[in-house]
Design a protein around this ligand. Structure first.
Ligand code: PLP
Length: 283
């Protein structure tokens, strides 16, 4: 695989980052994952805009050059012959040459890494069966709106789900669902789509924004508010959204089947609209 590191395209085993890099020592790093369909990038603008916001919120001095980043994404997609998959981008506060909690001077160069992954996104078998989730207490830090690489708790939550024989964990705080381990969470009750409102408690999903826009355009009723674990277990249907899963049905919460236990029609419809519209705008 050819990866990108600070201006160079390199074979993956030649791409090296310092042990003193703040991304490695402090998880002082932000990231984005953009999906690739038909060799094209989905929702690219949204991802680079969020990257800028993450940097700004953390005081990482970096000005996104969307055209330059698009070029790097395209180059990697081409060199690695990705028709379907993802491009992962990570940007760290760089390498101060030592370990120090204090940030290095602002002119310290950031570390920028990108790589591709091949994946079967469209024909994910979970579309047919739906996903099963458990709920676990959200033990992440309080700025989940910033897309940092501090992913240990989501990783632990995913392992708890695996240990229970299910697909993912939905996290909750004060008995209200925040989001999935790596996705935004939705329930449908009496025809209404309910998903948590934006705030510091969840990541502002790029897929979420698009899906809610399309739902409203299709005259579907949307309510952005916190919903409880109880409401999730009692929903008519449920689903998740993320860059790599698009819209995926959830058919079971904490061992309780939702509705008839099969993927719901709202999720199916939104997936179709999302894929249609996103492919039209892919770059
Ligand atoms: N919430 C969390 C915690 C995530 O890690 C992600 C990203 O994959 C999402 C939500 C979905 O965001 P997006 O639609 O931008 O991929």
């Amino acid at each position: 695989r050819i990866v990108y590191l600070n201006g160079d395209y390199l074979p993956e085993d030649e791409a090296k980052v310092s042990v003193f890099d703040r991304g490695f020592l402090f998880a002082d790093a932000v990231y984005e994952v953009t999906s690739v369909l038909d060799g094209k990038l989905i929702a690219f603008d949204g991802h680079v805009q969020r990257l800028q916001r993450s940097c700004d919120e953390l005081g990482i001095k970096y000005t996104v050059d969307a055209d330059a980043l698009l070029e790097i994404h395209r180059e990697l997609v081409a060199r690695n012959e990705v028709t379907e998959g993802m491009v992962y981008l990570q940007l760290t506060r760089g390498n101060p040459g030592d370990r120090d909690f204090v940030y290095p001077p602002e002119d310290t160069p950031v570390t920028l890494v990108l790589f591709t992954q091949h994946a079967n996104l469209l024909n994910n078998p979970k579309i047919e069966t739906g996903m099963k989730v458990i709920t676990v207490e959200d033990q992440r830090w309080a700025r989940r709106d910033i897309k940092t690489t501090q992913l240990l708790f989501p990783s632990m939550a995913k392992m708890m789900a695996k240990a229970e024989g299910v697909d993912d964990a939905w996290m909750f705080e004060e008995s209200a669902i925040t989001e999935g381990s790596s996705n935004n969470a939705y329930i449908v009750k009496n025809g209404k789509i309910i998903t948590r409102h934006l705030g510091n408690e969840i990541l502002h999903g790029i897929t979420r924004a698009a899906v809610l826009k399309f739902a409203k355009m299709a005259q579907m009723e949307v309510e952005e508010r916190a919903f409880t674990v109880e409401e999730a277990r009692d929903a008519d249907e449920a689903f998740i959204t993320s860059a790599s899963t698009f819209v995926m049905p959830v058919v079971e919460v904490d061992g309780k089947p939702l509705g008839d236990g099969k993927p719901g029609s709202v999720a199916a419809r939104l997936r179709e609209i999302y894929l249609d519209e996103s492919l039209k705008q892919a770059v």
